[in-house]
Design a protein around this ligand. Sequence first.
Ligand SMILES: [Cu+2]
Length: 136
Amino acid sequence: MQITQAGHTVRQAGAEHRAAGVALLALLVGFLLAGCGGAGSPSDGGSSGGGSTASGTEVTIAGFAFSPATLIVAVGDTVTWTNTDTAVHTVTADDGSFDSGSLGTGGTFTHTFDTAGSYAYHCTIHPGMTATIVVR
Ligand SMILES: [Cu+2]
């Protein structure tokens, strides 16, 4: 997902065009207020998909799912995943930046996040298992 900053630039009108500038500015403000209401604010969308969101540094793999589905950590935090399923799972970043390899029952994997961002990951064995680490 890409958040594009809308580049609204309001230029100061020169002195000789002051009157026209003010009128234009009023018109622009009207457009901005009308046109930008929904766009550009990076709110996290409330409840989308029903996945849980939590802070902390622990992710449990249970019932063929990562819990919480979205984990919020701070830059420099080390996240630990623990597989409590009898099935083998992996913790694999979509962008390849980390990969646990196969985790059997009781297996753990840790990764330290040094850069802020949103890191989507999945299980390579069960592609429906997806989750995200948000680093702030
Ligand atoms: Cu799996």
